[in-house]
Design a protein around this ligand. Structure first.
Ligand code: MCN
Ligand code: MOS
Length: 763
């Protein structure tokens, strides 16, 4: 898809190999505007679709009056549930066979405010917007369950698969001399990527092309194919650049079905872009959660029992489980443990994945609770973590593949100056600012799957890597260039990485922080195969300048081939290919077991069902981190400012430390937003999100963010990925909000257990 500018560093200084600090190779294209995003494609005959959304949260559509809209200038079609040919229900992300039932992306039965009920397609975007305002929808409304606290919501549905229990937690708690029990709440939070969701859909016969920002081209292509009843191969997803996703762009969504259906009905390409408010209801953000954490400990603070109960919101007719016991069950050693979870149905869009779903809110509970325990016992919050350090996975009862958390505590504490902390709350101040120091840990499992990649060595000695995986800003283009460069012995400047087209070698989801580990492994394997073929030709082809040498191996470095002992000739890759009469060497490889069937391969790329458990075999695999955070709280106004962050993180080996550090900082910044600013507010009269825009839904700006120092304490982890890396993207957000809440307690003596920590909760 994309040819990036070259020259990003000096090939000789190690920047370009794996582990080098190569700058983003897609950076210049993004900065100069050369990068073309999905909905910027210019297509002949493009028509524009605009969605009409429900204004009630529960009930039924009685009627839709489309006459005025249909008669408005430029209108091509007004779509309603009454005039749309039905689609087929698609399978879910596990590939579970769907019921044989029709699917209509426009609703008659209303289960949340903001549901798509109609769409207008017109010659221009402005005409579509104007006509959409003329669509009159009348409803039969019933009372909505507005959120978790609604009396109608009840206790919800137990999710037995989430239950984790060992020992006898209740008895051990009753017997423990020190006990704490507290409830922690997190609100609805939203991914808020800069680029809103949208797409252009075009049919050519029964072939569908979709330009759409996507974290998972093959998964989304599968959904489109199933909706429209066409073969998977007939759907092409194109997504070379993505303006952020944070979990929200992994699945094909209703608005995509509307646009693709409109394109088929009109036999014209159709573009549909969500408004910013629609990005708050067109798909789900992080579910609101409630947890109670009960810890029983002995007088030294050694944990005897943890009892955890969690609840998260889901929608009326969809199911989202936010695994709230995930961090709770692995962070600390305990002989007795019980965690259970319910979901509560409310009238909202079904929540979805947002950076570290599960581990993030889970850590808010346990990492605040352990801090409360530290004060109750009267020991340092860092010391209590060390006393209860889990030497093995307490839940899976397996050895950690690697766990550099002790090293993270040590490195972070040293750099932060933790030993200078005065233990008492309200004991550190600067004028009228109360100063607080807090610590919390974070973790994220190493999710693994199989990958595929195409590597080509071209006649001029340059290298091409192709994959239908994606780069939403995390650095995939760059690390895959580095992987191919290192494996083949060429500078990364000579590698062109092409991503974001489902016609390329297949790829699974860029989610759960798995893509980097999966794809560096696949590119390494394909590039190794290409190198073997290159060296094989150089040794055995009679036309090769090395033929007479009768070598059993040759080395390639900096794009040149030579014998390891320096005997005989030294030629460039281009010269060698010319001498043996080849214009390219091509190797497409996947990392699946050799005897895998075509069906298993399809399943690996289009579902998450083939993911390898992180506790597979003898090891339990996680990334780890420790955050040390200073806050300053204005004593009069209750305003909280984060003034210093030092975080030490274990993501195993880093493919590119510059990019990993930037990912970690991004996660920490998002964690600061979660702690202090982010909250979806529901209008209780209408069951509607009111702050559905980036002026009212607050995310941090530069002025909210201090200098952030990140320290890598990882070591290569051979059990986690081919090149020894563990996950990076999601890890760093986990633990930030509890570190800030703990710092706020240290500053003020007030324990805030409801996010975000806003000033009215402090004064
Ligand atoms: N990396 C590294 N060394 C490792 C692992 C990763 O240097 N051992 C670096 C690489 O630059 C890699 C990046 O970190 O490209 C992210 O790798 P990883 O965490 O393994 O995960 P994925 O490539 O699967 O990234 C997805 C992850 C997720 S799940 C969310 S959510 C998220 C995130 O990445 N959304 C993001 N980071 C984001 N960054 C941006 N700019 N925008 C988003 O929407
Ligand atoms: Mo990330 S929330 O797994 O896309």
């Amino acid at each position: 898809m994309t040819v990036h500018m070259k020259r990003h560093g000096d090939a000789s200084d190690g920047t370009q190999a794996v582990g080098g600090r190569l700058s983003r190779v897609d950076g210049p294209a993004k900065i100069t505007g050369a990068a073309k995003y999905a909905v910027e494609q210019q297509l002949d005959g493009l028509a524009y679709a605009v969605l009409v959304e429900s204004t009630i949260a529960a009930g039924k559509v009685r009627s839709i009056d489309t006459d005025a809209a249909q008669a408005a200038p430029g209108v091509l079609k007004v779509l309603t549930p009454d005039n749309m040919p039905p689609l087929k229900t698609a399978s879910d992300w596990l590939g579970t066979p769907p019921p044989d039932a029709p699917y209509c992306p426009l609703a008659r039965d209303i289960t949340f405010s903001g549901q798509h009920v109609a769409a207008v397609v017109a010659e221009t975007f402005e005409q579509a917007v104007a006509a959409a305002a003329l669509v009159r929808v009348s409803y039969d409304e019933v009372p909505a369950i507005v959120d978790l606290s609604d009396a109608k919501a009840g206790d919800g549905i137990p999710i037995d698969a989430m239950t984790k229990e060992w020992g006898d937690a209740a008895t051990a708690f009753a017997a423990a001399p020190i006990r704490i029990c507290a409830a922690y709440n997190t609100p609805r939070e939203y991914q808020a990527p800069m680029e809103p969701h949208g797409l252009i859909a075009r049919w050519e016969g029964d072939q569908l092309t979709v330009w759409e920002p996507s974290q998972w081209l093959d998964g989304m292509a599968r959904t489109y194919a199933e909706w429209f009843g066409v073969p998977f191969e007939n759907v092409r997803l194109v997504s070379p650049y993505i303006g952020g996703g944070f979990g929200s762009k992994a699945l094909a969504l209703g608005h995509g079905a509307v646009a693709a259906l409109a394109a088929r009905m009109l036999d014209r390409p159709v573009r549909l872009v969500m408004t910013r408010p629609q990005t708050f209801t067109g798909y789900g953000g992080r579910a609101a959660t409630r947890q109670t954490v009960t810890i029983g400990a002995d007088a030294d603070g050694i944990i005897q029992s943890i009892v955890h109960r969690g609840v998260n919101e889901t929608s009326i007719d969809g199911m989202w489980v936010e695994p709230l016991g995930s961090t709770t069950s692995i962070m600390y050693q305990t002989p007795n443990f019980s965690s259970r979870q319910n979901v509560v149905r409310v009238n909202s869009v079904v929540p979805g994945a947002m950076r570290a779903p599960g581990e993030n809110p889970s850590a808010f509970g346990i990492e605040c609770a352990i801090d409360e325990l530290a004060y109750e016992v009267g020991i340092d919050p860092l010391e209590i973590r060390l006393r209860n350090y889990a030497e093995e996975d307490p839940h899976a009862k397996k050895a950690w593949s690697t766990r550099q958390l002790r090293e993270a505590y040590a490195a972070g504490a040293e750099r932060f100056g933790w030993s200078k902390r005065s233990p008492q709350p309200r004991s550190m101040r600067d004028g009228n600012q109360l100063i607080g120091w807090g610590v919390a840990a974070g973790t994220y499992p190493v999710r693994r799957a199989y990958g595929e990649a195409m590597v080509r060595i071209l006649a001029d000695g340059s290298v091409e890597v192709e994959s239908s995986s994606i780069d939403m800003g995390q650095g995939t283009y760059t690390i895959l260039a580095q992987t191919a460069a290192e494996t083949l012995g060429v500078p990364a400047d000579n590698v062109v990485v092409k991503l974001g087209d489902s016609r390329f070698a297949r790829a699974g989801v860029a989610g759960g922080s798995r893509l980097a580990g999966v794809m560096t492994g696949a590119v390494h394997k394909a590039a190794s195969a290409a190198l073997d073929e290159l060296v094989g030709l150089a040794i055995s082809d009679p036309r090769s300048p090395f033929h007479a040498l009768q070598a059993n191996t040759l080395v390639v470095a900096n794009g040149r081939i030579a014998s390891p002992r320096g005997e005989g000739p030294e030629v460039s890759i281009a010269e060698l290919l010319a001498s043996v009469g080849r214009d390219r060497i091509e190797a497409k490889r996947d990392t699946m077991p050799a005897n895998s069937t075509a069906e298993e391969r399809y399943k690996n790329y289009t579902t998450i069902a083939m993911a390898l458990p992180h506790t597979e075999g003898d090891y339990s695999r996680y990334s780890w981190c420790a955050h040390f955070i200073e806050v300053r709280v204005d004593e009069d106004f209750g305003t909280v400012r984060v003034s210093r962050v030092v975080s030490a993180l274990d993501s195993g080996r880093l493919y590119n430390p510059k990019l990993a550090e930037s990912q970690w900082k991004g996660g920490i910044i998002m964690g600061i937003g979660q702690a202090l600013l982010e909250e979806g507010i529901v209008d209780r009269r209408h069951g509607r999100i009111v702050n559905n825009n980036l002026a009212d839904y607050l995310v941090p700006t530069n002025a909210d963010i201090p200098d952030i120092e990140v320290i890598s304490v990882g070591i290569p982890d051979p059990h986690s990925s081919a090149l020894g890396g563990k996950g990076v993207g999601e890890l760093a957000i986990v633990g930030v909000a509890p570190a800030i809440a703990n710092a706020v307690f240290h500053a003020t003596g007030k324990r805030i257990r409801d996010l975000p920590i806003t000033l009215e909760k402090l004064i």
